[in-house]
Structures are given as C-alpha cells and as structure tokens.
Design a protein around this ligand. Structure first.
Ligand code: ADP
Length: 284
C-alpha cells in the first residue's frame, strides 16, 4: 500500500510541476501580448492629443489646452509604464535580443547630455559631464545601453530637487577598483564595505545626483521587481521595474550596475561594461 501511495504522490507532484510550468509560460505570453496590445491605442491617444494641441484647440483657450495637455501627459506616462512591463516580460521570457557592435561610450554619453540637459536645466539643476582618462573600446548593444542610461538618468532627475546631475565616463583596469569603494552591486550579495574586484578592464559610466538619496536597508532591495522606496517614490510615478530591467539588461551586455548612496546627500549609479579593446582615443 505504501509503495502505491508513494507512487501516487510522486505522480501528483509531477503533474503539479507541469501545470506550474504551463501557467508560468501562459503568464509570460499574456504579459508580452497584452503589453503590446495596450500600447497601440495609447499611440493613437497621444497622436490625437498632439493634433488637438497643434491644430484644433485655439491658443487662447487656456483651459481646454490644459485639459488636453494633462490627458497627453497621463497617456505618455501610461505608455512608459506599459513599455517597462513589455521589456520586463521579454527579459523574463528570455526573448530580449541584444546586438553586439562596436560602441563609442563617449558618443553615447554626449547624446544623453543633449537629450537630458534641457529637462535637467528646466528643473533648475546643473548638469556636468566629464570623461576621466582614455576610455577603452566597448562591444555592446547601443540601444540597450541607451535604455539603461535613460532609466538611470531619468531616476536621477526624478529624485533630485536641487543641485546637480552629472555623468562621468572612466576606465577601470581590473583587480580591486578603488573608484568603486562603498558601492554595492544591484545583484544580491554585493558588498558595500570593500572595493569591488573586477575580472578585467571595464568602462564605467557614473550617473551622480545630489538628490534625496537612499537608506542603506533600501539599497539591499533596490533592484527587486516592482520595488519602490515608499517614502521617496510616492507621487513621482514609475512602476518600480526600471532598475530591475536595467540590471538584467546590463547582465545581458556582460556588465553590472553598482550603487552608492547616502540619504539626503544623493546617489551614484555606476554602469560597468566590459572593455573589448584599447582606448578609443589612443587607437584613433
Ligand atoms: P521607478 O519606476 O519607481 O523609478 P526603479 O526601479 O527605476 O523604479 O527605481 C526603484 C526605486 O529606487 C525608486 O522608486 C526610488 O525609490 C529608488 N531610486 C532609484 N533611483 C534613485 C535615485 N537616483 N535617487 C533616489 N532614489 C532612487
């Protein structure tokens, strides 16, 4: 009897596992499909709002313009959240593809500066961009790299009310990296009390802000799915997915993200990408 009972239990466990795998796959497919379907009507709403503002609502009708503008802003932020979900679903399902191409990191950072400077200055913040030392060549996926930086810089702007947001590119030559002292890697297990040891040369892109900062205990859970720091994130929008997507994208690029922060003083996020060749400027 006991053998038959055990056999039945084993069979049931097997069936439960199959059902769970099936359910997870359905969930991933559903997320990927729905996120895609939801974006299409939003594109239309944003497009119509643009037409209303550009051509149909008279410039002197402030009230109507404000309403259309607010609807447009909501649609754009909903679109951003759905894009986050779509990316999350893709990474989860292992369907996020990354290219491998020579990328000039300094050029990408210049482009980020052009994109964000107006936004940063409109918020009354300063923007500084610097490049320290000769930056090695990187083989990466430019679009994904930009996506990570947009998220990190977007957060820096979102969580900073005064002071500055700055970008710095610098080479790290492997071994103990004193430049990373006090940083904690976003993956679990990152140490904050000693400089990270790097297996080889890396290029670091540091996104520094003088904003609200993050408490030490919140740093531990920062890149978990849907995590937001309640005290600071309230009322600022977002899904709590940006960093977990960025962390996974960085891993797909062979890199990592580290963070150092002090509440009330600001945060620095460092995106580390493995170098693939000699310094670009030296090679040029
Ligand atoms: P969200 O979409 O909420 O911004 P993220 O995953 O990008 O999600 O960030 C998770 C949380 O980490 C944020 O809600 C915020 O609490 C905190 N955070 C991220 N970047 C910063 C920063 N530069 N300064 C302060 N807090 C930050």
């Amino acid at each position: 009897v006991s053998t038959a009972f055990r056999e039945r239990l084993r069979r049931r466990e097997y069936e439960n596992r199959i059902a769970l795998v099936d359910a997870l796959q359905h969930r991933r497919d559903f997320m990927a499909k729905m996120s895609h379907e939801l974006r299409t009507p939003l594109h239309v709403i944003i497009g119509y709002a643009d037409i209303l503002l550009e051509e149909l609502v008279p410039t002197e009708d402030d009230e109507a313009r404000a309403l259309v503008d607010r609807s447009r802003t909501c649609a754009v932020s909903l679109h951003r959240m759905i894009s986050d979900l779509l990316d999350y679903a893709k990474v989860e399902a292992g369907k996020m593809e990354v290219r491998s191409e020579p990328v000039c990191v300094e050029e990408v950072v210049e482009q980020m500066e052009a994109r964000f400077r107006p936004l940063i200055e409109r918020k009354g913040l300063a923007m500084e961009v610097s490049c320290t030392g000769d930056v090695p060549a990187v083989t990466s996926d430019r679009e994904r790299l930009e996506q990570i930086l947009v998220n990190l810089i977007g957060n820096a702007v979102k969580f900073t009310e005064r002071g500055s947001v700055s970008l710095d590119v610098c080479p790290l030559w492997g071994g103990a990296a004193p430049a990373l002292a006090g940083f904690r890697f976003l993956e679990a297990g990152g140490r904050a009390d000693e400089p990270a040891r790097l297996a080889g040369p890396y290029v670091a892109i540091l996104v520094h802000d003088t904003g609200v900062g993050i408490e030490a205990h919140d740093l531990l859970h920062l890149a978990e799915d849907f995590q937001q720091v309640a005290a600071t994130a309230a009322g600022r929008g977002g899904t709590g997915l940006g960093l977990s997507i960025s962390k996974r994208l960085a891993q797909l690029l062979g890199g990592r993200i580290a963070v150092r922060s002090r509440p009330g003083e600001g945060s620095t996020f460092a995106l580390l990408l493995p170098a693939s060749g000699p310094a670009q400027r030296a090679a040029a």
